[in-house]
Structures are given as structure tokens and as C-alpha cells.
Design a protein around this ligand. Structure first.
Ligand SMILES: [Zn+2]
Length: 297
């Protein structure tokens, strides 16, 4: 695949470009006619508890960069857990194994708060740089680590940075996951096809639009440092929720403790939860609960 990728794509035979497109593809939509409790919309809030693994995965070890991640565990995660408890809202926490090993008490706090803990790689590695063997090994060790620390076997995976390699779907099947949450082919959950064949794996799709990172992160050494007032993101997410509710669908959100957990930003999540809670036809669920509900038998 890699050598072909470097070749001139305008010379590819039809079978080649069709093959790439069909490798991992969206199958049937899985949105039920009605969500549990006769709810009109499902809400799945998730956090990627990356913490120090964002610099570590690139080999960056400066205490300055690591401290930004440490903030996520030290300040933001407890703050987020309190907010979720106040709003009686379950969430899914996707946590790299290295982050979980650095913060085992945090994993326990997620579990005792009634939240889901799911796989998010070993050290937030970039899957597209790995061989199939290495990706399987790291994902398997990530799974084993969370089993030990969380006390239950995760049923879901989110690839670090949503970086999905040619082997990722094979790894997901080899390790027996029920669902993935890394792809973007729909607003609604769907079945994953591999080379045209149904896999039985549920995809709970994500989008950069429903993610805090693109709005609030910056590269200190880049010339452009975009920043937007956090409450502007609130408007985007409220619109996404309102439209999902109008369509009887799913509102899924991806946040990061080290990004959203700051004082001027967590108010956005608070206001968003208040907006969602002002409707009485909402089903709050973890990603695992949604996958369990809609996965084919
Ligand atoms: Zn991440």
C-alpha cells in the first residue's frame, strides 16, 4: 500500500482506486426509530484524556510541554467529573494506556462516577506510521492496561488523533471490539464494511466540528495562532444538537480535559449541558451503551 501511495495516483487502474475506497466504508445506518425512553435524540459526550501523551508521542519531553498535559489530569479532569455529576451526565473517556498508567486514580474516578473507559492507543501513537504487527501489539497492550486499571474490558476504541491506518479495522476485529469512534462518513452511527463485506463493527462517528481541539489549540511557533472566544464554539455545538434532535438522531461530542477544562472554557460545556437538559426527550448515553443498543446480533 505504502509504495502504491507514493506512486502517481492519476496512473492508478480503476481496481486500485476502488480498492482504496472500499477498504473501509460506511454500511447501513443504525439509528433506531426511537431512542430508549422514547427519546427523540441521543447525546454521547466523550473526552480524550490524552494529558502528557500529546507531547510524548512525538518524543517531546520538555517539562514545559508536559506541564500542559499535567494540567489536564491535575485540574481539568476533577473539574469535569464534578460538572458531569452535577448534571447527572454519563460520559465516555478514551484514555491512552500511558496516560492511564500515569494517572491510575483518575481511571478509578471515571469508573466510580459511572462513566465508560475505552481504548485510545498506547502513547497516542500515529497508527499510519506503524506496521500491522506493531499496531496490534500496542492496541492489545493498551486494552490489557485498561482492563487492569478500570476492572472491566473496554468494548470501544478511538484511534489516537483519529489516525486510521490500512490495518486499523483488522486490529479492531482481531481484538474483538464492539465499536469504533474515529471515522466521519455520517452524522449517525453506521456499520463498518471491510472490502465491501459487513464486519458487524459499529461506527459512532466523530467530526472536527464537534471537537474542542481545532477551535482552541495553537502552535506556539507557527505564524498563525487562531483563537476564538469559547462561547462561539457553544453556538456551533448547540446548533449541532438542535439539528440532531430535529432529525431524531445522535449528537456526539469529543472534548479533551487539557483543552476544555480551563476556567473560561468549561463554562461552554456547562451551558451546553444546560441547553440539552432543557429538553425532556433526550437519552444521555455512553458510546458503549449506544453501540450495545444498535450492534447487530
Ligand atoms: Zn487523543
Amino acid at each position: 500500500m505504502t509504495s502504491e501511495r507514493n506512486a502517481e495516483p492519476w496512473k492508478w487502474a480503476e481496481a486500485t482506486w476502488r480498492g482504496h475506497v472500499d477498504r473501509v466504508r460506511a454500511g447501513a445506518r443504525l439509528t433506531p426509530d426511537r431512542w430508549p425512553g422514547d427519546a427523540r435524540v441521543a447525546v454521547a459526550i466523550s473526552f480524550d484524556s490524552d494529558h502528557e501523551t500529546i507531547p510524548l508521542r512525538d518524543g517531546e519531553t520538555s517539562p514545559g510541554r508536559l506541564a500542559q498535559g499535567e494540567y489536564g489530569a491535575r485540574v481539568a479532569a476533577p473539574r469535569i467529573l464534578r460538572l458531569l455529576e452535577e448534571h447527572a451526565t454519563p460520559a465516555s473517556f478514551f484514555m491512552p494506556a500511558v496516560s492511564a498508567l500515569l494517572h491510575p486514580d483518575e481511571v478509578e474516578a471515571y469508573v466510580s462516577g459511572g462513566h465508560e473507559v475505552a481504548v485510545h492507543g498506547w502513547i497516542h501513537e500515529r497508527n499510519t506510521l506503524l506496521s500491522h504487527e506493531d499496531e496490534l501489539d500496542l492496541t492489545g497492550r493498551a486494552m490489557d492496561t485498561l482492563v487492569k486499571l478500570a476492572g472491566t474490558r473496554p468494548t470501544g476504541i478511538r484511534t489516537p488523533s483519529w489516525d486510521f491506518s490500512d490495518h486499523t479495522l483488522d486490529v479492531i476485529r482481531e481484538l474483538g471490539f464492539v465499536y469504533d469512534s474515529s471515522l466521519m462518513a455520517d452524522d449517525e452511527p453506521y456499520l463498518l464494511l471491510a472490502d465491501g463485506d459487513p464486519t458487524g463493527i459499529v461506527e459512532i462517528p466523530v467530526e472536527w466540528i464537534r471537537d474542542d481541539a481545532p477551535y482552541f489549540t495553537m502552535d506556539r511557533y507557527a505564524s498563525l495562532r487562531p483563537y476564538m472566544p469559547p462561547r462561539s464554539a457553544l453556538q456551533i455545538w448547540v446548533d449541532e444538537f438542535d439539528a440532531a434532535r430535529a432529525e431524531g438522531g445522535l449528537f456526539q461530542l469529543t472534548l479533551h480535559p487539557h483543552i476544555i477544562g480551563h476556567r473560561s472554557r468549561l463554562v461552554v460545556l456547562q451551558d451546553l449541558l444546560e441547553h440539552i437538559r432543557s429538553h425532556d426527550d433526550v437519552w444521555f448515553a455512553t458510546h458503549a451503551q449506544i453501540a450495545d443498543l444498535i450492534a447487530p446480533p
